[in-house]
Each structure stands twice: as C-alpha cells, then as structure tokens.
Design a protein around this ligand. Structure first.
Ligand SMILES: Cc1cc2nc3c(=O)[nH]c(=O)nc-3n(C[C@H](O)[C@H](O)[C@H](O)COP(=O)(O)OP(=O)(O)OC[C@H]3O[C@@H](n4cnc5c(N)ncnc54)[C@H](O)[C@@H]3O)c2cc1C
Length: 416
C-alpha cells in the first residue's frame, strides 16, 4: 500500500494523475492455476480473496469476459439486509452482514457500508402477518428486525405518505443494521485485496468451454485467450450461469430475467433510509451522491437482454410517487438493467456439482449483492475443502430433486 504526504498528493494531482500505482495488475493468463473462478463480479472476487486469505490458495485466476464489476455487481441498487425467513437463509445473510460490518477494515478499502436501516412496508393484512412472522423468526435467530406501526414508519422516514394511498401503509418491518454499500467499491476493494495476495484478475477473457477428462473431472477452461489448466473451477457468472454450466454438461434449475433500476437527478439529503414495498413493487434509497436509487421487480419474460421493458419502470415510478408524493417533481437521470438468475425457491445455490472439481455459486436472483462477502467466504471454503461450509451446506443443487427447498419467495419476490 502506497502512503503519501499531502504535498505529494497535490503534486500528483497537479501532474495530471499520471503516476498512480494501478489498484491491481493486468496479468496475462498463466498456463495453469490451482483454482479458476469464472466471473469477476463481487462474488467471484470475494471468493478469490478468501481463497488466498483463509485457505492459502493464491495460484488463482479470476476470468472476466468484460470488465470487473461490469455485471450485476455494478448494476444493483445495493440494498443489504439479513431478515430472511428461514433459519438457513438467516444464517447465510447474517454471516454476510457481520462481514459487511468489518469489511472496509478487512480489505482496507472504504466500501461505504451505511447501516441506515431497511424498512419493508406492509399494505394489507397478509403483509402484516407475513412481516410479523419474519420479525419473530429473525429474533429467534438473533437477527435484528422489529415491527413499526404506520405512525412509527412515518417518524422513522418522514417523507413517507401514510394517509391517502390506494394501498395504505399499515406498518413495516425495520432492520436497523440493514442499509447500503457502494457497489463499485466492493468490486474494486476485493479486486485490490485479492491481487495483493497474488490472485491474477484477467479481464476481457471469456470462458468458452470447460474441458473434462476421461474420469469426468474438470481439466481446465477454454478461453478467448487460450486454454488454462486447472483442477478446480468456481462458477460465479450471475446472469449466465446456465450458459457456463452447460459447457460442462450440467443443466441448471434457473431462469434468467432482466431486472431494472433507475436513478433521479441528485438532490440534497432528503431520504434517510431504505424503503421497500413488495406489494406496490418499488424500493428506494438515496445514494451518497444525492440520487434517488429506485428499483422494481423483474421483467415478466426470460431474456438475456440487459434492457427491460418500459412499463416496468413506469409502474415503479407510479408506486414511488404514491409513497413519497414530493418526488413527483424529481427528474429521472438514467435507467439500466442486469440479468438475474432465479431459482424455483428463490434461494441461491452455493455448492459442489455432479462434475468433480466444478463448483457453482448462483441463483441469487434479485438479491445477491447483500450476500457478496458471506457468499464469497463460504464459496471459497467449498472450493478449498471440496466440501461445503456448514452455512452453505443446505444450498445444494440436489434440493431441487430431493425436495429440501428453502422457500424464500415471500422475502425475495420483488424485493432485495
Ligand atoms: C437492477 C438490479 C438491482 C439489484 N438490486 C439489488 C439490491 O438492492 N440488493 C441485493 O442484494 N442485490 C441486488 N441485485 C442482485 C445483485 O446485483 C446480484 O445478485 C449480485 O451482484 C451478483 O453478483 P455476482 O458477483 O454473482 O455477479 P456479477 O456481478 O453479475 O458477475 C458475474 C460476472 O460473470 C461474468 N461472466 C459471465 N459469463 C462469463 C464467461 N463465459 N466468461 C467470463 N466471465 C463471464 C460477467 O461478465 C459478470 O461480470 C440487483 C440486481 C440488478 C440487476
């Protein structure tokens, strides 16, 4: 890590910022690695970091067909929370929140984790019952979550309209330790920390094939920059998991949908927390730049397009205008989409696969950013030990055959 005096910082700034050390190297692929991770999103980079840090496996390459963080990691709305219903999910997401709380110190990079609270609004009796069940289940698991009346919601988030709505606010579930983090910084921080421990991050390197030996085990990956030999491959290729896994002959229980988000012009601090409403299909928070960050549910049709349909965003804006009427005067700055891989039970898969040496981390749907450090951490364990960590042991591929589902549809339907 370079350290500079104030004068040196000024000299470099006035010198046109030309002599900064790059945050990570730009290496050519080596012929062989101990492990290859496919996909340099947050999850792949975190897995590489923890492989090096916690398991001493440093001969690792992270292969990225585009630029690091250019997938869903750089496209999401950064909501972090752990108040999922089932014990298995609560343990996984809580593991992640605990890592978020110390992440900036651990990787020495400010990921701007902001525990400003996540408030999930209830608009009907079913919502009230479901969220109260979540509150009780979470507390039994030592995860903070509390029920607020409509008036308490308004007190916590004054811009909310709790009176004249088509779908009145009947209350909300608040996780105070939830919040947001800066998505790019998460990718960059993990990349720099992994690189510093010897991991090769190779961008513009698309995996085009997975080579298997006569015994069925993986032998390496075909890439746009040549063949790379390895006995362990970790797939973290959100949005394209089915495509990559098909290269090894594995059919995945996934559907891929576009998911959109949009931001407003920046304004002064006006929105103190993260608000989500599954029922009217909207969620909103304010970024540190001042933009209102807004998102919705997935598009209705499967697609590999990173653009969604316009009516999804207009529907979401209708909902936002009902929730926070003064935002009717905000202008929208830009919108974009990502592709999310969705499993039948809306829970991820972090597991070994039927192919020896092939591991997969996928199916995060609309909500995997929050899990980035925790997922990377247990995925690294799974790859290093060839066995799952106790936290990800239930998140198998086989559960879709044997029926041990972790049905988080209510927690993950629209929301994040
Ligand atoms: C609009 C939107 C809003 C969201 N909001 C939230 C939110 O508020 N909170 C939350 O928790 N989650 C949210 N999510 C979900 C979250 O973004 C993802 O679950 C998470 O970022 C997945 O991270 P990842 O590292 O697995 O995938 P990615 O960041 O997508 O990384 C996968 C990488 O694999 C690469 N790749 C694919 N195929 C190949 C190949 N053949 N060879 C080499 N590389 C390949 C891709 O280029 C990509 O960079 C949102 C997603 C979207 C799209």
């Amino acid at each position: 890590m370079q350290k500079f005096s104030g004068l040196e910082l000024l000299r470099r700034a006035l010198g046109g910022h030309k002599s900064w050390q790059p945050q990570w190297r730009n290496p050519d692929p080596k012929p062989e690695y101990d492990a290859v991770i496919i996909g340099a999103g947050g999850h792949g980079l975190a897995a590489a970091y923890y492989l090096a840090k916690e398991h001493g496996i440093t001969r690792v390459a992270v292969l990225e067909r585009g630029w690091l963080g250019g997938g869903n990691t750089g496209r999401n709305t950064t909501i972090v929370r752990s108040n999922y219903l089932f014990d298995e999910s609560a343990a996984l997401y809580e593991h992640s929140v605990k890592l978020w709380e110390g992440l900036s110190q651990d990787i020495n990079y400010n990921v701007m984790y902001s525990a400003r609270g996540v408030l999930m609004l209830a608009h009907n009796i079913h919502d009230v019952q479901s969220f109260k069940r979540h509150v009780h289940a979470n507390r039994l698991n030592g995860v903070d979550n509390e029920w607020l009346t409509a008036e308490q919601c308004k007190e916590f988030c004054p811009p909310l309209n709790i009176s004249s709505m088509r779908y009145p606010i009947l209350g909300g579930a608040l996780q105070r330790r939830g919040g947001t983090a800066r998505h790019d910084a998460v990718a960059w921080g993990f990349a720099r920390a992994a690189d510093a421990r010897g991991v090769d991050i190779i961008q513009n390197c698309e995996v085009t094939g997975i080579r298997r030996g006569a015994d069925g085990a993986v032998e390496g990956v075909e890439t746009s920059r040549g063949f790379i030999r390895t006995k362990k491959i970790g797939v973290s290729a959100a949005g394209h998991t089915s495509v990559v896994m098909a290269m090894a002959g594995v059919r995945m229980p996934l559907e891929s949908y576009p998911l959109q988000a949009l931001v407003s012009e920046p304004v002064k601090p006006a929105f103190p927390t993260v608000v989500m409403s599954n029922t009217i299909h909207a969620y909103i928070s304010q970024s540190d730049k001042g933009e209102m960050v807004i998102g919705a549910g997935t598009d209705a049709y499967t697609s590999y397009s990173q653009r969604g349909a316009l009516h999804i965003t207009t529907h979401t804006l209708d909902a936002i205008c009902e929730l926070v009427p003064q935002f009717r005067r905000l202008r929208m700055l830009r919108n974009w989409g990502g592709i999310v891989d969705v499993t039948p039970d809306r829970s991820p898969i972090i597991a070994k696969t039927p192919v020896p040496g092939l591991y997969v981390n996928c199916g995060w749907g609309t909500g995997g950013f929050k899990a980035t450090p925790g997922s990377g951490n247990v995925f690294a364990h799974t790859i290093a030990k060839d066995a799952p960590h106790p936290i990800n042991a239930p998140f198998t591929l086989e559960r879709f055959r044997d029926g041990f589902l972790i049905d988080e549809a209510a927690a993950a339907a629209v929301a994040h």
